[in-house]
Design a protein around this ligand. Structure first.
Ligand code: SF4
Length: 395
């Protein structure tokens, strides 16, 4: 059995009209995406996500799944912001707030370099002690000691904060960071763009137009960025679709997004659990499939294993994701909120996870140049999609 979800979508299926657009490579509408979310035929939605993924891949690379050797660096967890879904920042009342000096950041980067990492993913809280000058020094020092390591750093929220601290433009902040070695930006801080959700969950957080503007400026300055969506924070299906449509619109203009990453909220250390509906595994798989179909101008969709858990991330590969992120040393943010996934996955294990899901493991760099194609062959799956889903819900 192939890794593709075997699912015929017949002419009288409720999703037949949307399916026809996907098969023809046509852009789907807001109503189409909502219809996909409202469908109770999870296998059909997954099959369409997988189809869209294969359509986007380069010929001969349809079953490639990418990963990278990377590490996470979080120089500070002190934050002046008070997002209600965040367990990572604002722990000062618990005596756990920390701010690393440049030497400590370098020491941690050195541990990753010794293990052969190729990318540092660096984000942190909004901390007045960590201003633009501090980060310029951090970037310069890392690049001078480890010039081969790509630095992907700073969410749009951090860029906005750094600009406001120094009273300068987003463009000046980005250009100065690029001049010091910034290679690309992650996609965090998008959460859900809807104003009402933001009002409830993150009152002062960077609004959608600013988030999109900063990513557009980064694209204009020549660096790639990612984008995210955080679910489980009281959003509706319509909020999710509108969120992705704003990203699709920005990508039509500036073209520099390379990957979309659907995320789920974890609730340990927050007080929002009674106000939200926790996404089910089916909801998370739909986010993967529908983002693959709706975001037709995004090259890649990531199944972020740290958040989804290993088994669900594997299944998400059959729903349209083509990236598992990385081997990740020292992930702190999701684990501060209760994620129970392993803190790092060794390279060998990562390749086995991909191959045993029916795909070809491929090592990439941050901007998706292929670095190494694994000798492991994709396994022939001996479980049907329904059996894999059932196994997941019983694990
Ligand atoms: S999500 Fe980011 S901006 Fe919000 S409190 Fe946490 S670290 Fe600060």
């Amino acid at each position: 059995m192939s890794a593709v979800i075997e699912k015929e979508i017949s002419a009288n299926h409720p999703l037949a009209d949307v399916a026809q657009k996907v098969y023809n490579g046509q852009r789907i509408s807001r109503d189409d995406a909502i219809k996909l979310y409202q469908s109770d035929d999870l296998a059909a939605v997954g099959a369409l996500g997988e189809y869209a993924r294969r359509l986007k891949a380069e010929p001969g690379q349809e079953n490639y799944v990418y990963y990278i050797h990377n590490m996470h660096l979080n120089p500070t967890n002190f934050c002046v912001e008070t997002c209600r879904f965040c367990s990572y920042a604002n722990p000062d009342e618990r005596g756990k707030a920390y701010t690393w000096g440049v030497d400590r950041v370098l020491e941690e980067a050195g541990k990753g370099a010794a293990l052969g990492i190729k990318e540092i993913h660096m984000v942190g809280g909004l901390n007045p002690a960590c201003d633009l000058a501090y980060y310029e020094e951090v970037l310069q020092q890392i690049k001078s000691q480890f010039p081969h390591i790509h630095i992907k750093a700073f969410t749009a929220v951090e860029i906005e904060y750094l600009a406001n601290l120094d009273g300068i433009s987003y463009e000046e902040v980005l250009q100065r960071l690029i001049d010091c070695g910034l290679g690309s930006m992650p996609g965090g801080g998008a959460e859900i763009f809807d104003d009402a959700v933001r009002e409830r969950m993150a009152v002062k957080k960077t609004p959608a137009p600013v988030y999109l503007d900063i990513h557009g400026i980064a694209h204009k300055l020549g660096i790639k960025t990612n984008a995210t969506m955080l679910t489980g924070i009281s959003e509706t299906v319509e909020n999710k679709v509108d969120h992705m449509l704003l990203l699709r619109g920005q990508q039509d203009i500036s073209g520099g997004f390379q990957c979309f990453i659907p995320l789920k909220c974890y609730y340990d250390g927050t007080n929002i659990q009674n106000e939200v509906t926790e996404p089910t595994s089916a909801d998370l798989l739909k986010d993967v499939a529908i983002s693959r179909i709706l975001l037709d101008n995004f090259p890649h969709i990531k199944a972020y294993w740290i958040q989804l858990g290993v088994q669900l991330a594997q299944l998400a590969l059959s729903f349209g994701a083509d990236d598992l992120d990385g081997t990740i040393l020292e992930e702190k943010i999701t684990h501060a909120a209760g994620a129970k996934t392993p803190l790092q996955l060794a390279e060998e294990k990562m390749e086995q996870l991909i191959a045993s899901s029916g795909y070809k493991p491929v090592v990439r760099d941050t901007v998706y140049n292929i670095r190494q194609i694994s000798p492991l062959e994709p396994a022939a799956l001996n479980q049907s999609f329904a059996e894999r889903l059932a196994a997941l819900s019983h694990s």
